[in-house]
Design a protein around this ligand. Structure first.
Ligand code: SF4
Length: 409
């Protein structure tokens, strides 16, 4: 059997965790976890989002432009809304915010984005109800249950996975890409940002936790999380930071399914009888009305609405996966294969990033955000410049003529 890591690590050995530290003498090439997943989905998507050559031309607010960002759409804005709600709700723990105040603080910010995304008025009402309803559940039920057994040790903390070995590519003094004799000179470092890291109160076990929104119910999809790269990279990063990370879990906010262009969540719509009775579920012959309108007409709050749900319906608005265990084989595969990535992600030449044609517009999946850039030549008008979240890093990009260009990743 071939020894792992080019002969450095025998096949039966675990990862060399002790060597997964930032080496002071190395050039660090940082890549964030999202960008890495884009590369795995489709290298061209990574190019549009992180490497498009427009960054050469200008800076915005003093920061370099790196790549193109698709214009806002309702799904992206709602994802941002839920992210913000969780961030605000967990930032002052163990003190929990008032659910109404939480919604009031966060919703207007996102409504501006929704308006910018030109969503239809009924969609705006759907997401307002969803945001308020899920904020209510988060504060009144979900976080209190989580905090019974766990303490929170980190919220949105950036964790690093420095790879132990990286192929030795770099630039010589003439700005040409060369193979370095000493592979220790270049170190690929993956950045991950877990939503929460928890410690189990009873036994001190470390749990990595993520929040997501979903349109699916039931447990069928939960197994798909077991080898999800986000989960496994998060577990690996938490292990490096805290010495151990026993399992991961994902909390899933249900946002309903779209039927006849309307969402099915009870936080989006209620049903009103001609005699004034109300229902959180569909009743034949009753009038369907946006929940935000019902609350306004009844002069009631979300607590009143949730109390009208039965247990099954209320619990169906939030799911938690079973514990997802670290997968050592996958962790080794990450490290083994990613060390060859450095020279491939530093190019700014479009044809170095092949298209993955099966990901573009699948009959069962959603259309890729960069469909327009690939197929409609709209990249100059329908995309906006991406502003990197991180401070510029000392990374050298090169083009095929050997001209080196400094920029952030
Ligand atoms: S449209 Fe297709 S080829 Fe283009 S970036 Fe998206 S997945 Fe890749």
């Amino acid at each position: 059997m071939q020894p792992r890591f080019g002969g450095i690590l025998p096949d039966h050995m675990a990862l060399p965790y002790d060597e997964m530290v930032l080496r002071p003498d190395a050039l660090h090439v940082y890549i964030d976890r999202t960008a890495l997943e884009w590369y795995w989905q489709c290298p061209r998507k990574f190019y549009w989002g992180r490497r498009h050559a427009s960054f050469k031309a200008v800076t915005v607010d003093g920061k370099p432009i790196l790549g193109l960002e698709p214009q806002a759409n309702e799904h992206r804005v709602f994802g941002k809304l839920m992210h913000k709600l969780v961030e605000v709700a967990t930032s002052k723990l163990p003190t929990l915010p008032n659910p109404t105040e939480l919604g009031t603080a966060v919703l207007p910010l996102v409504m501006q984005d929704m308006a910018a995304a030109s969503v239809a008025p009924h969609v705006l009402k759907e997401y307002t109800g969803l945001g308020m309803g899920l904020a209510h559940q988060l504060v009144t039920h979900i976080l209190p249950v989580l905090l019974q057994d766990h303490e929170i040790i980190a919220v949105e903390e950036e964790l690093l996975i420095p790879l132990p070995y990286t192929w030795g590519h770099g630039l010589n003094k003439l700005g040409q890409l060369v193979h370095l004799q000493d592979p220790a000179k270049v170190q690929l470092v993956i950045r991950v940002k877990p939503d929460l890291v928890l410690r189990h109160k009873a036994d001190g076990q470390v749990v990595y936790f993520e929040w997501k929104t979903t349109s699916f119910t039931g447990t069928d999809q939960l197994a798909a999380f077991e080898i999800n790269p986000q989960i496994q990279l998060g577990l690996l990063a938490a292990r490096l930071k805290y010495g151990h990370a026993e399992w991961a879990q994902v909390g899933l906010f249900y946002k309903g399914q779209k039927r006849n262009n309307q969402r099915t969540s009870p936080f989006c719509y209620g049903y009103v009888c001609a005699d004034g009775r109300l229902s959180t579920r569909y009743v034949k012959g009753w009038h369907k009305q946006p929940l935000v309108d019902i609350l306004m007409e009844q002069e009631q709050d979300m607590n009143w609405w949730v109390k009208q749900m039965d247990d099954e319906q209320e619990q169906g608005q939030f799911w938690v996966t079973p514990p997802l265990m670290p997968n050592a084989v996958q962790h080794e595969a990450f490290v083994d294969q990613l060390r060859g990535l450095v020279p491939r992600i530093l190019s700014i030449e479009q044809d170095d990033y092949p298209q993955s044609f099966v990901q573009c517009n699948g009959p069962f999946g959603k259309t890729c955000d960069y469909y327009g850039a690939c197929y409609m030549g709209q990249q100059d008008t329908t995309y906006v410049a991406r502003i990197p979240h991180h401070d510029p890093m000392p990374i050298i990009l090169y083009n095929k003529k050997g001209h080196a260009l400094s920029a952030a990743v």
